[in-house]
Design a protein around this ligand. Structure first.
Ligand code: HEM
Ligand code: HEM
Length: 163
C-alpha cells in the first residue's frame, strides 16, 4: 500500500509554521513534566476535593488548540520536501514520523480531556502515549541535529528561517 504523505510542496516553512513548531515543542515538554501534578489533582477530586487551577490541564488545552491550528496550516500551505532522495526509505520514514507526531499531539490531549472532564479511565493510556510522543520527538530532534551538523544539509536551518 502506498499512501502519499507529502501533500503540497513548498520551498520552506512559513514564519507561522516555524513559530508554532517551537512554541508547541516547548509547551509539550512542560506539559510532560507537569503530568504528575494532574494525576495528583485527579486523585484529590476523586477523594472529594476541589480541582482548583491545574497548570497541566491549561497547558494541554493550549497544546491541543495550537496543534489543530498547526495541522490546518500544514494542510493548507504544505511543507518543503524532506532532505534526501525523493521516495527513498529515509524520506518516507521522515514523513511517517511527522504524521505520527501530529497524531500524538492531538490524540494525547484528547485522552487527557477524557480523563479530566469526562471521568473516563484514559489516564494511564494518556500517560503512556505522552511518553511515546516524547520518545519520538527526542529521536526526531536527534535526527534533525544529525542532518544539520553531520550531513550538513541545512535541515535545522529551515526550521529557523522562514521562506
Ligand atoms: C500533549 C499534551 C499533554 C501531555 C504531553 C501530557 C502528559 C501527561 C503525562 C506524562 C501524564 C502522566 C503523569 C503521571 O501519571 O505521573 C499525564 C497525566 C494526566 N494528564 Fe496529561 N498531558 C497532555 C495533555 C493533557 C490534557 C489536555 C489534559 C486534560 C484536559 C490532561 C490531563 C491529564 C490528567 C487528568 C492526568 C492524570 C491521569 C491519571 O493519573 O489517571 N493532559 N499527562
Ligand atoms: C515535542 C517536540 C517536537 C515536535 C512535536 C516536533 C514536530 C515536528 C513536526 C510534526 C514536523 C514536520 C513539519 C511540520 O509539518 O510542522 C517537524 C519538523 C522539524 N522539526 Fe520538529 N518537533 C519537535 C521538536 C524538535 C526539536 C527539539 C528540533 C531540533 C533539535 C526539531 C527540528 C525540526 C526540524 C529541523 C524540522 C524540519 C524537518 C524537515 O524540514 O524535514 N524539532 N517537527
Amino acid at each position: 500500500m502506498h499512501v502519499e504523505v507529502e501533500m503540497k510542496t513548498t520551498t520552506g516553512y512559513s514564519g507561522a509554521q516555524i513559530a508554532l513548531h517551537w512554541l508547541v515543542a516547548v509547551l509539550l515538554v512542560v506539559a510532560w513534566l507537569t503530568g504528575e501534578g494532574a494525576a495528583e489533582a485527579l486523585e484529590a477530586i476523586e477523594e472529594g476535593g476541589a480541582p482548583g487551577f491545574v497548570p497541566h490541564v491549561a497547558l494541554g488545552l493550549a497544546i491541543l488548540a495550537l496543534s489543530v491550528l498547526r495541522l490546518l496550516v500544514r494542510l493548507g500551505r504544505g511543507a518543503p520536501e524532506a532532505a534526501g532522495t525523493p521516495g527513498s526509505f529515509q524520506v518516507r520514514v521522515a514523513g511517517w514520523v511527522h504524521v505520527a507526531l501530529y497524531v500524538l499531539m492531538i490524540a494525547v490531549p484528547l485522552g487527557g480531556i477524557s480523563a479530566w472532564f469526562l471521568g473516563l479511565e484514559t489516564g494511564d493510556i494518556h500517560g503512556l502515549f505522552a511518553n511515546l510522543l516524547m520518545v519520538l520527538a527526542l529521536g526526531h530532534a536527534g535526527l534533525a541535529l544529525y542532518h544539520q551538523y553531520v550531513l550538513k544539509d541545512g535541515t535545522l536551518a529551515r526550521m529557523m528561517r522562514a521562506e
